[in-house]
Ligand binder design. Structure first.
Ligand SMILES: [Zn+2]
Length: 500
């Protein structure tokens, strides 16, 4: 599916569009419209329900703006940089390593600043826009900086580039709330900010984006075994290890238990790879396009000892990292202890130590895009999104067949009934073919029509989005029928009666 198609539909139907359009736009910012806001909310809801209910994470919500000191401690002020190069002629800025990769078709992971400079010159790399000469490369920090407060006493502040640090800083309080026991988890949903050099990939690379990052604090002795590991051990995943990548091998399908047995990673990381792939499948992301990729040694962030991503291999953008699962060791808590002079050590059964952290860091915008790409279907002239009901912005739409003879009032009554029952419902009126067309593009799972026969047979017509089949359902059975259809326990073919 071509990018233009997805972006066209997304804009036209109000999923999302580039922000600040009336002022000429600004790269790296997108606004979610009515449908996209709902879809995003549903993605967040699925992640929240899993982590709060099943993993028993506490939720926390911290400010997006913090004093710069916190980011000096975390290492971001020093190390959260990209190698940048500007065109001497037109001034356009580029990721120097990306330009080099495009030219040489080789990975630049782990090569040093002077090497990049040398390679750019050696390969005679020019500005892709105007063919001008490139200036000297430099390290560019991706954090947005500002000031907090006025006057002489104002302090430097940064917008957070990740939620993680804002969950680590109150560690002592969280540990108290967890009744001084390990392991425990805390999850934070919210916006983060990265002043990307040249974001041109829609929702995939944003300067302001949404995250859901879960942090599990544990005794390093607990790293070897996750309490729920048995539940996922037979799950099969497509895996690309760091070794596979170094040897230029393709990924292979492996059982989760195999990852641990072969010492490719620990039970915690393996467990959350399986959990994440399952969540993505339930969101409607094409499983065949997902793979679990281990970071190579020279690519891993400065704070991590082992990192894996679940990637969506997009037909439009190439590989997209959806979640990063990292063993961050005791690095972050140690740094906050050192810089804040507040102890982060715990005392468990007479042993004093700083807990380790396993982080599961979800982006929210990228799965939203991946769901759209996975679910967009074309059937002749018809375009529809085959969203599973778990993420459909609207699960049900209700229409009267015509706008007269009391049908709208009756249809509204059905809308109210379904809203009260807790479904995501939309009410609309108009020409029925057009209404169906509109709901197909919105990815609404089921459409209900109240017609002239409805008064007599106390039934409505239900239409299934994917195959456009229709059945007749008694109004009194509607709530139960829809529940069954939505949770996948009822087959559409067995709903109500066929249309005469
Ligand atoms: Zn140029």
């Amino acid at each position: 599916m071509a990018k233009d198609n997805i972006l066209d539909v997304a804009k036209r139907r109000g999923f999302f569009w580039p922000s600040f359009e009336i002022y000429g736009g600004c790269a790296g910012f997108f606004t979610y419209g009515p449908l996209g806001s709902l879809l995003k909310l549903r993605v967040e809801k699925m992640i929240r329900e899993h982590y709060v209910n099943n993993e028993r994470c506490m939720m926390i919500e911290a400010p997006v703006l913090s004093p710069e000191d916190a980011w000096v401690a975390s290492g971001h002020v020093e190390s959260f940089t990209d190698i940048t190069v500007e065109c001497q002629k037109c001034g356009e800025a580029y990721r120097a390593d990306h330009l080099l990769e495009e030219r040489t078709k080789k990975s630049t992971d782990g090569i040093s600043l002077p090497q990049v400079q040398k390679m750019l010159q050696k390969n005679n790399v020019k500005c892709p826009k105007c063919n001008g000469s490139l200036d000297k490369i430099y390290d560019y920090n991706l954090m947005f900086k500002t000031f907090i407060g006025p006057g002489k006493n104002k302090i430097s502040g940064c917008l957070r580039p990740e939620t993680a640090q804002t969950t680590y800083m109150p560690f002592r309080r969280l540990f108290e709330l967890a009744r001084k026991k390990l392991p425990f988890g805390a999850i934070q949903f919210g916006r983060s900010f990265r002043n990307e050099i040249s974001p041109r990939q829609g929702l995939v690379r944003l300067r302001e984006f949404s995250q859901a990052e879960a942090q599990f604090f544990l005794d390093p002795k607990q790293k070897g075994s996750h309490p729920n590991f048995d539940a996922v051990k037979d799950v099969k995943l497509t895996v690309l290890t760091k070794h596979d990548q170094t040897m230029n091998k393709k990924g292979k399908v492996m059982k989760v238990s195999g990852l641990v047995k072969k010492k490719l990673t620990n039970e915690w990381i393996a467990y959350f790879l399986a959990v994440s792939v399952e969540l993505y499948k339930n969101m409607g992301i094409d499983e065949g396009m997902l793979r679990c990729r281990q970071h190579k040694d020279d690519e891993r962030s400065f704070y991590s000892s082992d990192t894996w991503d679940v990637e969506f291999v997009s037909k439009v953008y190439g590989k997209i990292e959806l979640v990063g699962i990292a063993d961050r060791t005791d690095y972050d808590l140690k740094r906050h202890e050192e810089f804040s002079k507040n102890s982060m050590a715990v005392n468990i059964d007479g042993r004093k130590f700083i807990p380790h952290v396993v982080e599961v860091a979800y982006g929210i915008d990228r799965p939203v895009y991946s769901i759209l790409e996975s679910c967009m279907k074309k059937d002749g002239d018809r375009v529809y999104f085959s969203f599973p009901p778990a993420v459909s912005p609207y699960q049900v739409a209700v229409f009267p067949l015509v706008r007269k003879d009391g049908l709208p009032e009756e249809a509204r009554g059905i809308y109210d009934l379904l809203i009260d029952a807790g479904f995501y419902v939309l009410y609309d009126e108009g020409f029925i073919g057009k209404l169906y067309y509109r709901q197909d593009e919105a990815g609404t799972s089921f459409c209900l029509t109240y017609d002239y026969d409805s008064k007599k047979d106390k039934s409505v017509t239900i239409r299934n989005r994917n195959d456009q089949k229709q059945r007749r359902v008694k109004i009194k059975d509607l709530v139960g029928t829809l529940r069954g259809l939505i949770n996948g326990q009822t087959d559409f073919e067995k709903v109500g009666k066929p249309i005469k």
